[in-house]
Design a protein around this ligand. Sequence first.
Ligand SMILES: [Zn+2]
Length: 163
Amino acid sequence: MCIICNNSKEQLNEVEEIIIENCEQLTRFPILNNLKNLTIKNCKNLRKIANIYTLTKLNIEKCDNLTDLPSFPELLLIELKFCYNIKNIPYLDKLEEMYIIGNNAICKLDYQYNVKKLGLIECSSLKEVKMMGKLHHMHIIHCYDLIKAPIYDGDFTYYSILK
Ligand SMILES: [Zn+2]
């Protein structure tokens, strides 16, 4: 049991940061009115995260049953580690940093995201990355199916596709 399972939504509405680890009861993460930073690790039965309008940082790790995410309107940073079954990253209007490490389901990143930093590591089904207006830093490693990656005019500091 975690803070979400143990409290009512009303009790949590003032909270700005939540870290949850190892809760098997958590299946759905609700909308909270002031939440800015959310970290969820190793919640095997989590299937849905509500569209939290205030969220700016999202970090999810080892949540095997999560397949989709909503398009959080204020999100600046998304980090997904070993969430193998997330199959879509929605358009995230304000996103500045995206890191996806260990994923088997995403085939395309085909929105025109405006991220500054992009890291993609071991995304085994990823074939196409469309991007990105403002990129400064890009790091793609062990994405063996990648066919189409962005082309740049310049101001990235690191770019590698290692096969
Ligand atoms: Zn819980």
